[in-house]
Design a protein around this ligand. Sequence first.
Ligand SMILES: Cc1cc2nc3c(=O)[nH]c(=O)nc-3n(C[C@H](O)[C@H](O)[C@H](O)COP(=O)(O)OP(=O)(O)OC[C@H]3O[C@@H](n4cnc5c(N)ncnc54)[C@H](O)[C@@H]3O)c2cc1C
Ligand SMILES: NC(=O)c1ccc[n+]([C@@H]2O[C@H](COP(=O)([O-])OP(=O)(O)OC[C@H]3O[C@@H](n4cnc5c(N)ncnc54)[C@H](O)[C@@H]3O)[C@@H](O)[C@H]2O)c1
Length: 464
Amino acid sequence: MTSTYDVVVIGAGPVGENVADRVVQGGLTAAIIERELVGGECSYWACMPTKALLRSGAALRAARQVPGAREAVTGELDVAAVLRRRDAFASNWQDDGQAAWLESVGVPLYRGHGRISGERTVEVGGTTLTARHAVVVATGSSALVPEIEGLRTASAWTSREAVAARAVPARLAVIGGGVVAAEMATAFAELGAAVTMLARDGVLPLAEPFVAERVTESLQNKGVSVRLGAEAVAVQRNADQTVAVTLADGEQVEADELLVAIGRTPNTQDLGLDTIGLTPGDWLTVDNTLRVNDWLYAAGDVNRRVLLTHQGKYQARLVGDVIVARAKGEPIDDTPWGRHAATADERAVPQVVFTDPEVASVGLTAAAAEAAGIRTRVVDYDLAAIAGSALHAEHYTGHARMIVDEDRQVIVGFTLVGPDVAEMLHAATIAITAEVPLPRLWHAVPAFPTTSELWLRLLETYNR
Ligand SMILES: Cc1cc2nc3c(=O)[nH]c(=O)nc-3n(C[C@H](O)[C@H](O)[C@H](O)COP(=O)(O)OP(=O)(O)OC[C@H]3O[C@@H](n4cnc5c(N)ncnc54)[C@H](O)[C@@H]3O)c2cc1C
Ligand SMILES: NC(=O)c1ccc[n+]([C@@H]2O[C@H](COP(=O)([O-])OP(=O)(O)OC[C@H]3O[C@@H](n4cnc5c(N)ncnc54)[C@H](O)[C@@H]3O)[C@@H](O)[C@H]2O)c1
C-alpha cells in the first residue's frame, strides 16, 4: 500500500510530534511513524521520570533548610511513593494520551520501524509513504555503551533501566560523570543507595569549574564515593548477581547494579541512510535551517546540535515553519536570529541539571567564550549574600557567573548553582537572545526580596 503526504516524519518523540503539528498548523499534511511509544525518550525514560525521581528529595531538602518547616519533617523519603509518582509521570509507559493528541491535531500515526528507501520515500511495515515536500528524521538517540571488557554481558543499566527501576539497589556503581550520571547519582543516593561514581573525566566537566566543585561536594555529603579520574576497564556479573568493575589501576569496585552513562549515539543505524548516499550510524549534519539535503531534514538529538528536549522542540517549530515556507514559495530568513535559522542552538542554549544544588546555565562558559575569541569580562557573585536567598533557605550557598562581551556590552553566558536556581534561568536566556545592552539592564529592577536581586548585584559588581 502507498500513501502520500506533504511531509513524513520518522520518530514521534517530543521533536517529531512538534514537527508534525507545526506542519499541519501551516496548512500541509503530515504523517508520523513511531516504532515504540509516542512521546519518545523524554516522556518515558528521560526528562519526566528522572525529574519525578529527583523532585521528592529536593522538596524534603527544601523543607529541612527552613526552621519552622524543618520541625514538621519527621520522617525520611517514602521510596515506594517516589517510585509510584515516577510511574505516573512516565504515564505507566502507555502512550494512549499522546497518540490521542496526534489524532486530535490531525496527524496520522503509523506504528512500526520507519526506513528510508529512496528519495522522499519511507517504508513502514508493508506501507510505503511518499512525501511531496519533505521527510524529517527525528529518531533521537540511544545510550552509548563503550567497549569495556565484559560490559555487554554484565546486564548493566543504561539510563533506561535506571529511570524505570522497580527497586533501589543497595549499591549502585555509575560509569560517567556527565548530566545523567550526576542526576542519577543524586536520585539514587537520596533514595538510599550507596553510590560509587566513576567519573573518569570529572563531574559535569563542560560546566564552569565552580559547578563541579559544589556538585561533587554535595554528592560526597550524601555518601556518594566520587572517584575522579577512575577508568573502568573490565566488568563482570558474578554468580551471586553482584557486579564487579575493574579499574585501570587494578582496583575492583563491587556493586549490585551498574549504570553506564557516558553519552549518546544516534538512532540512524537501521534507517536506510545507505539508500540515499549517507552512512548508517552517523549523526545527521544539517545547515542552519536543519536541512540535510533539499528534501531531507533532521531535528532533535539525531542532528547532535543540542541534546535537550526544549532545544529539539525549538528546532521542530523551525523545521515545520521552514518546510511550509519552502512549500508555499515564501521567502526564507536564515540570517542569524531570522525566523528560519536555529541561531539559539549556537548562542543561547539553556540547561538545568537537577542535582543538589541545581545547576542552571545558558550561553557560553568563561572558557568557551575565551576560546571563541570574545573579549570577555567575568563577573562572579556569591548567591548567599542576597537577602532573598537567605530568606529562601537557612545557610543558603550558591554562586553566579555572568560573562560579558566587552566589545558589544552584552551578556554571552550565565551560570547559576544553588538551591532552586532553575526558575531564575529564563531571565538570563532572554538577556542573551535579545542582546540587551548592559546599560539598559540597569532599568530591569528585580523585586525585593527575591533571589533575582542577583541581577542588580552583578551589574553593581560589573560597574565597580
Ligand atoms: C536520562 C535522561 C534524562 C534527560 N533529561 C532531560 C531533561 O531534563 N531536560 C531536557 O531538556 N532533556 C533531557 N534529556 C534529553 C532528552 O531526553 C532528549 O534531548 C530528547 O528526548 C530528544 O528528543 P527527540 O524527539 O529528538 O528524540 P527521542 O526522544 O529519542 O525520540 C525519538 C523517537 O523516535 C523513535 N524512532 C527512532 N527510530 C525510529 C524509526 N526508525 N522508526 C520509527 N520510530 C523511530 C523512537 O522510538 C523515539 O520514540 C534527558 C536524556 C536522558 C537520557
Ligand atoms: N537535565 C538535563 O538537561 C539532562 C539530564 C540528563 C541528560 N541530558 C542530556 O542527555 C545527554 C546524555 O547525557 P550523558 O550524561 O549520557 O552524556 P554527557 O555527554 O553529558 O556526559 C557523558 C560523560 O561521560 C564521560 N565519558 C565518556 N566516555 C567515558 C568512558 N568510557 N568512561 C567514563 N566516562 C566517560 C564524558 O567525558 C562525559 O563527561 C546529554 O547531552 C544531556 O544534554 C540532559
